[in-house]
Structures are given as C-alpha cells and as structure tokens.
Design a protein. Structure first.
Length: 168
C-alpha cells in the first residue's frame, strides 16, 4: 500500500517577526510568559480559558486551564534549548480536539536569533501538517490566516517589547 501526501499540507507554514528585545527576554516571554500574550479566544477547552501553561521541560505538557478548573491538553514540548529554540508537538485534531498520538501531530518550531542591533528575530515553522490526515488543509488555512500564527506573533511582539516582566 502506498501513501500519498497532500502537496498543500506538506508545505510548512512559516511566519517571522523581529522584536525589539534581547534574545533572552524574547525567549522568556515566549515560554515563561506564554499566558501573558496568548489570545483567550484560541483554545480548545469546553469552558472559557483562564490560563495557558507550558511545562518548561522536554516532555512537558502544553495545556489550557479553564475557568471551571478543567485542564485541556493541546501539546507537549519536544525540544527546549533556551534561549534559541523551542519545538512543540501540536496535538490538535482537525476537529480542534486533543490528539494523544504524537504520530498524528504536527510540530511548531520557534527559533530566536539575536540581531546586531540588540533585537531578536523570531522565526516560527509549523510543519508536518499532513500528519493530521483528512481535513489538514483546513487546519493549515486557519493557522496561515490573519488570526493564525502571523496575528499571534504580533500579540507576542507587543508583550516582548513591553517594559513589564513576563508573567510567572
């Protein structure tokens, strides 16, 4: 049996932004401060989102804690290389539910590169979308839309460039 790969979902979604912050701060706001900039509208829990949590260790959970106290997993940390690189398993199905099988999950890699002027270039690549199977094209369209990764990185940049320390 041969498997065919959809040429559209085989192409990663790539977004980037330069933030006026040193690489250490840029990385810290993205990881430790994730809850401070992640949009409350972007979650898969049944109840409104109270907090986003990244357990900052390889194998750590990525999940939302809802206002009713329930937790909704959506990913896990595959690679953690402060302050330059983070890779997350995107464990969300095409029906926007948690997918426990890593083999059916895509990956989000975020690289933080210091620039000569003291800013940081943040490059995000969401890849292996074809692993989501039927409906992966809709997931790709959503994350590549203005409300997808591009808009989310813009929210992140505002927080990274702010003077307040990231939420603990």
């Amino acid at each position: 049996m041969t498997t065919t790969v959809d040429p559209v979902t085989a192409v990663p979604v790539r977004k980037g932004i330069t933030v006026k912050a040193p690489v250490e701060r840029a990385f810290k706001v993205f990881t430790e401060g994730f809850d401070s900039w992640w949009p409350r509208s972007h979650h898969i829990g049944k109840s409104p989102l109270a907090e986003e949590v990244l357990e900052l260790r390889v194998g750590g959970r990525c999940y939302g804690r809802c206002i009713d106290g329930s937790e909704c997993d959506w990913g896990s940390i595959l690679v953690l290389e402060p302050p330059h690189r983070l890779v997350l398993a995107w464990q969300i199905t095409t029906q926007w539910q948690f997918e426990p099988d890593l083999a059916k999950s895509s990956e989000v890699e975020v690289r933080f590169t210091p620039q000569d002027d003291g800013s940081t270039r943040v490059e995000l690549e969401h890849r292996h979308l074809d692993r989501h199977g039927l409906g992966a094209d809709a997931v790709r369209a959503a994350i590549d839309s203005p409300n997808g990764w591009g808009g989310i990185l813009a929210l992140y940049a505002v927080q990274a460039e702010g003077s307040a320390a990231p939420a603990q």
